[in-house]
Design a protein around this ligand. Sequence first.
Ligand SMILES: O=C(CO)[C@@H](O)[C@H](O)COP(=O)(O)O
Length: 233
Amino acid sequence: MAFEKLKAAVWKTNRDIVRSGLVQLTWGNASGVDRQAGVMAIKPSGVDYDRLRPDDMVIVELETGRVVEGTLKPSTDTPTHRYLYLAFEEIGGIVHTHSRHAVAWAQARRPIPCLGTTHADHFYGEIPVTRPLRPEEVAEAYEHQTGVVIAECFRERGLDPLEVPGVLVAGHGPFAWGETPEKAAENALVLELVAEMALYTCQLNPEAPVLERYVLDKHFRRKHGSQAYYGQR
Ligand SMILES: O=C(CO)[C@@H](O)[C@H](O)COP(=O)(O)O
C-alpha cells in the first residue's frame, strides 16, 4: 500500500466534515492531491462515514482518472474533483457538501454576497453560483461537466481560486477547496457559516448593503498574502 500520508489526511478530512455538521448520511466527499506523484485520494462512494478507514481512500491517477489503488469504487464526484485539480493548479484539497444554508443559496441560484467581515476574512468578495448544467451536460459525463461549469464560472469572472476558495453549483450545492484537505474543510465550514449569516441578514434587512470594499480589503489582506499580519506570524 502506498500514499499512506495522503490517505490519512483525506480520511481525517472526511471525518472532520462530519464532525463539523457539514454532511449527513453519505452526502458530500473530501479529497486531496499529491501533484508530484500525479494522483488524488478520495473517499469511496456511498460508504457510511463512520465505517471509513484510511485504507478505504481510493487513489486515482490525475491524468487519466484511472483507479491505481483501492478495492472500493471512488466517490461519484471524483470527475468533478479531478477536473478542479487540473484547472486550479494551486489547490491541494477539495470538499463537497450539502450543508443546508449553502444549498439554499445554490437552489435559489443566488451568489452569497459579502455582507460582513466574517465573510471577508476568508472569501475576497461574493461566493459565486455557476450557471445550471444544460440537458446534454447532465446526460453525458455529468460529474465532469460539473467541474467544467465551476472552472468556467471562475474564468469568466476572473476569480482567483485561492482568494475565493469555494463556489455554489446551481441547484446542487457547495464545493470548497484550499492548499490542503484540512484547509478545504475549514473553507467549507466558513462557507456554510457565512451562508447562514447572509440568509439571516437578508431576512432582517433585504436592503443590507455589501461590505465596503476598503473594509473587505483590510480584512482579507490582513489574513492572506504577503502583507498578512493576522495571528502569530
Ligand atoms: O452530490 C452528491 C449527490 O448529489 C454527492 O455528495 C453524493 O451524495 C455523495 O456521493 P459519494 O461521494 O458517496 O459517491
